[in-house]
Design a protein around this ligand. Structure first.
Ligand SMILES: Nc1ncnc2c1ncn2[C@@H]1O[C@H](COP(=O)(O)OP(=O)(O)OP(=O)(O)O)[C@@H](O)[C@H]1O
Ligand SMILES: [Mg+2]
Length: 378
């Protein structure tokens, strides 16, 4: 029997809960061509939300087309242009003849060699001298706008893991080029999302950066406890099992409402329950899940320096004054300048995040594992 919880892939329909407010905001931005910047830690549901909003918009308005680009494995400008050109062409039509025609008409002086599989146009490959494109990318950067104008269609280009552009060679110049084109577009709008909050913030909120005030910035929040309770109870009853409010709440609380982990823990609890999920099923599922992850967590600790581990220890012990003499000494953190450096390193590797003066772990189960199994505090 198919289990009722899904994690590790984009979720839609019955697997997707809540996010009504966020979906509305995104749908409204898409419909009115407002650029959007969406930021959240990993696995909180960015990709699922963008796809949900895109599907909602597409159903109602056939003049709006979406184009999805993932920069996860894109490390150079050349690769960026290649992805952009390919995806924009693919979004321009469902007919291969039209796509080929568009490539000829709109790619300016770059006429690519296009290969495709006859029954899967999502498989097209453009061969081109991308180094040449990089030297003068204007035609490629302007292609979506021209296609939009010619066909009177609105294109929405959604780019995932957008913060990766700050790791290209000469990122500032590259961003300047993109912005110079994109701000002129009337038939194209952009939805740019990513998980490295600090890098995204640097790209979009520093007045000295080209993408400053590019669009509506929003920070995705976790899904609320009550929404999780309703969702978990519904998925249990859909599959002829039951779970009380208190146990559904326990699942969401142990996973700290982290969307991926709530679904994973709910799945484990569901597998362990007979007809009714009891308290012990949830606790057992939680401990097993943490143990399953322990190899991964151990490897993560092994990659840290001693002072980074010491700082995590202090944070887990709820030390509030990390730079105080007492804490510096007790956890062997060196100087207070050192603490700032260590903190930044941990933020850059996405282990912790700081909101106001509050430090959180991005992965709640990692925190739990460190506390109980590594520092043996609980
Ligand atoms: N609205 C939602 N309702 C229920 N579960 C969700 C929702 N959004 C996300 N999830 C859970 O979180 C997991 C990760 O979602 P998704 O891939 O959309 O997140 P992401 O932020 O794009 O992640 P990544 O940083 O890895 O790209 C999903 O597989 C699902 O288990
Ligand atoms: Mg994603």
């Amino acid at each position: 029997m198919k289990t009722p919880f899904t994690f590790g892939k984009i979720v839609q329909d019955i697997d997707f809960t809540d996010r009504e407010k966020e979906t509305k905001r995104l749908v409204s931005n898409f419909n009115s061509s407002v650029n959007t910047i969406l930021i959240s830690p990993r696995r909180w549901g960015k990709s699922s939300l963008v796809l949900k909003a895109a599907n909602t918009v597409k159903e109602k308005n056939r003049r709006i087309r979406f184009c999805f680009i993932d920069l996860n494995n894109v490390r150079t400008e050349e690769q960026f242009y290649q992805q952009l050109a390919t995806e924009v062409l693919k979004a321009s039509s469902t007919k291969i003849e039209t796509i080929l025609g568009n490539a000829k008409k709109f790619m300016g002086r770059f006429i690519p060699n296009i290969t495709f599989s006859p029954d899967q146009i999502s498989d097209i490959t453009l061969s081109l001298d991308w180094k040449e494109v990089r030297k003068s990318p204007d035609d490629i950067l302007g292609m979506a706008e021209k296609i939009g104008e010619a066909g009177n269609i609105q294109l929405i280009i959604c780019i995932d893991e957008f913060q990766n552009i700050s790791e290209f060679e000469n990122p500032y110049d590259f961003q300047k080029k993109l912005r110079a084109h994109w701000q002129l577009h009337r038939y194209v709008s952009y939805c740019l999302y990513g998980s490295k909050r600090h890098m995204m913030m640097n790209v979009f909120t520093s007045p000295s950066m080209p993408f400053y005030k590019f669009g509506d910035i929003f920070f995705l929040e976790k899904i609320l406890l009550n929404d999780w309770i309703t969702f978990i109870q519904k998925r249990f009853s859909d599959t002829k099992k039951a779970i009380e409010t208190s146990e559904a709440a326990l699942i969401a609380e142990l996973a700290e409402c982290h969307p991926y982990y709530v679904q994973q823990l709910a799945q484990q609890a569901w597998l362990r329950s007979d007809k009714v999920c009891i308290n012990a099923n949830v606790y057992e599922a939680f401990e097993d899940l943490v143990l399953q992850l322990s190899m991964l967590f151990q490897a993560l600790v092994d990659g840290l320096s001693n002072s980074q581990v010491n700082l995590l220890n202090a944070i887990i012990c709820d030390e509030l004054q990390l730079s105080s003499q007492k804490v510096l000494k007790e956890y062997q953190l060196g100087t207070s300048a050192n603490v700032v450096k260590i903190k930044n390193a941990l933020i850059n590797s996405e282990i912790i995040d700081i909101l106001g003066d509050h430090i959180t772990f991005n992965d709640p189960l990692y925190r739990y594992w460190l506390k109980k199994y590594y520092f043996k505090l609980a």
